[in-house]
Design a protein around this ligand. Structure first.
Ligand SMILES: Cc1cc2nc3c(=O)[nH]c(=O)nc-3n(C[C@H](O)[C@H](O)[C@H](O)COP(=O)(O)O)c2cc1C
Length: 367
């Protein structure tokens, strides 16, 4: 097993696919429909095995500590992501499972050892998503203060430097940073197989993206709705600055016909969104009707459908074409979400994956 295999997520598919958010109640869909995702362990375990079997490359959890309220307490129940990953890695064979870790909330030596433990359990299939935080309420709950934006990424740099040292051959190392100081630090064993976990970050600001370009193998970026050109330019800009793969996020509503898909979208998002939660999430991010008078309603639908991920609604042909367009714009991989991942993944795997194979974006299912 080489670093190249890890970075390829153990598959030769040109377009990598993953599942985003299944460790949280309601996943990414801010809806009240009764079939919304439970986020419970049994469902996660069944999903991971199903995804592994279908050749899906990764699972990406959301690091969330406090629900968003509303009628459903959206994402009010969440499974902690590194322990979640460890459990899923023990129960699967090929899939890479990420932990999504708030750097400021956990000591880097403890974190590095947890990652190594999960990585040994998965025999080299643990991945790390570093997040710096943006949600003040969550930080207050820990008695922690959200640093100003630039300092968040300065702290994250020291934190990740320590994690990297802990993963390396270094023994009894001192670390003298502005925020972190360590004496005679030691962490054994190394990650599985003498390589290291794939590392990603989803910074959107210049500081966040620069952090990813400097430190990470992958940068996750939202695709602005209907603006594939902007996404393609973004990928080109990022790749001019460093060797990092750009992944994106899509929200799938796939049904046998376009009409059925549109009806289900309308049912979940337009008729039954948890609007109280949607408006709260948007207000937390400063998205108000006053600030965005021209497209506030559209932003609300977008948030309700999948927290801003690119909405793809249609029959299998349409969905495959849209995923292909994201790949053509430069996405190395796409993290997908569904209203109910377990109910919807089989149809997606049976109908959309073969279409992606036919256009050369994916190869045959793993044996
Ligand atoms: C795919 C993706 C996954 C993310 N996952 C989380 C998460 O689980 N927890 C969290 O607090 N923030 C998460 N974020 C937020 C980012 O880490 C980041 O803070 C945000 O994109 C704003 O960028 P900035 O930090 O550069 O300002 C995610 C963002 C994206 C696009």
């Amino acid at each position: 097993m080489s670093m190249r295999d890890r970075l390829a997520l153990y598959s030769s598919n040109r377009l990598k696919l993953g599942l985003f958010g299944p460790n949280c109640s309601s996943g990414r869909a801010v809806t009240m429909v009764p079939e919304r995702w439970s986020g419970g362990w049994d469902d996660c375990l069944r999903l991971a095995r199903m995804a592994d079997e279908a050749g899906i490359e990764f699972m990406l959890p959301v690091g969330r500590w406090k629900g968003y309220g509303g009628d459903t307490d959206y994402q009010g129940e969440t499974l902690e992501t590194v322990t979640w990953a460890a459990g899923l890695l023990a129960a699967t064979e090929r899939i890479t499972v990420f932990g999504t870790v708030h750097a400021p909330l956990i000591h880097p030596l403890i974190a590095a050892k947890q990652f190594v433990t999960a990585d040994h359990i998965g025999q080299g299939r643990f991945g790390l998503n570093i997040v710096c935080g943006w949600n003040e309420g969550e930080f207050e709950m820990f008695g922690a203060t959200l640093r100003d934006h630039a300092a968040r990424y300065e702290y994250a740099q020291e934190w990740f430097d320590v994690v990297r040292l802990a993963w390396s051959e270094a023994e009894d190392f001192d670390f003298e940073g502005r925020y972190i100081r360590l004496r005679q630090a030691r962490a054994k064993p190394r990650p599985f197989g003498g390589t290291r976990p794939i590392v990603m970050n989803a910074g959107a600001s210049p500081a966040g993206q620069a952090f990813a370009i400097r430190n990470c193998d992958a940068l996750f970026s939202m695709t602005p709705k209907g603006k594939l050109d902007e996404f393609a330019t973004h990928v080109a800009n990022v790749q001019a600055l460093g060797s990092v793969d750009v992944y994106t996020v899509a929200v799938i509503t796939c049904r046998p016909t376009l009409r059925e898909a549109e009806e289900y979208y309308r049912h979940c998002v337009i008729d039954n969104a948890d609007w109280a939660a949607v408006d709260r999430i948007m207000a937390m991010r400063g998205v108000t009707r006053e600030a965005f008078p021209e497209d506030f309603e559209e932003r609300r639908y977008h948030q309700a459908n999948g927290m801003g991920g690119m909405p793809i609604v249609g029959d299998p042909d349409t969905v495959a074409v849209e995923l292909g367009r994201l790949a053509a714009a430069g996405a190395k991989g796409i993290a997908l979400s569904f209203v109910n991942y377990l109910d919807e993944l089989p149809f997606f795997a049976d109908e959309v994956l073969p279409r992606l194979m036919r256009v050369g974006l994916r190869e045959t299912k793993p044996g």
